[in-house]
Design a protein around this ligand. Structure first.
Ligand code: FES
Ligand code: FES
Length: 162
């Protein structure tokens, strides 16, 4: 079957097997390996991408279900050479250790901040509750998202020194 979707602002059309999962379509067909593949059983959340702005576990979604939708992966977070504030926040607050959970965490954080620009710690923890950090760095992840909330426009985008 043929499917078309917007991925990070680019229209893509491919012929696929109907059984192909979105995570495999993104990684293997499109070569966007920033989307990680962990448990394959809907538990870890490392495969999270945004579909029409909402976090989805891409191992639970058929690629065919994304036909006609907008997909955003971690490769689409930065724009015009500027990091998304969430990416910068993870750098500033050391929000990653091995980095395996990081793409999904950052996309969930972006979706949260788009809906709720000033979440409290509990709201951040609720938003990422479907995702596991095997390095258990949750405190720094929460601080990273708070940093992004406090710096809604990245310094690189504005040209500010810091
Ligand atoms: Fe999708 Fe773990 S790989 S939830
Ligand atoms: Fe290692 Fe989260 S930083 S899994």
């Amino acid at each position: 079957m043929q499917i078309s979707m917007s991925v990070n602002g680019n229209e893509v059309t491919r012929d696929i097997e109907p059984r192909v999962l979105l995570v495999h379509f993104i990684r293997e067909e499109l070569g966007l390996t920033g989307t990680h593949w962990g448990c394959d059983t809907s538990n870890c959340g490392t495969c999270v991408v945004l579909m029409d702005g909402q976090p989805v576990k891409s191992c639970t979604v058929l690629a065919a279900m994304a036909d006609g939708h907008e997909i955003r992966t971690v490769e689409g977070l930065a724009s015009n050479g500027a990091l998304d504030p969430v990416q910068q926040g993870f750098m500033e607050e050391h929000g990653l250790q091995c980095g395996f959970c990081t793409p999904g965490m950052m996309l969930t954080a972006r979706a949260l901040l788009d809906k709720n620009p000033h979440p409290d710690d509990g709201e951040i923890r609720q938003a990422i509750s479907g995702q596991i950090c095997r390095c258990t760095g949750y405190a720094t992840i929460v601080r990273s998202v708070q940093w992004a909330a406090n710096h809604p426009v990245s310094s690189a985008a504005t040209g500010d020194a810091a």
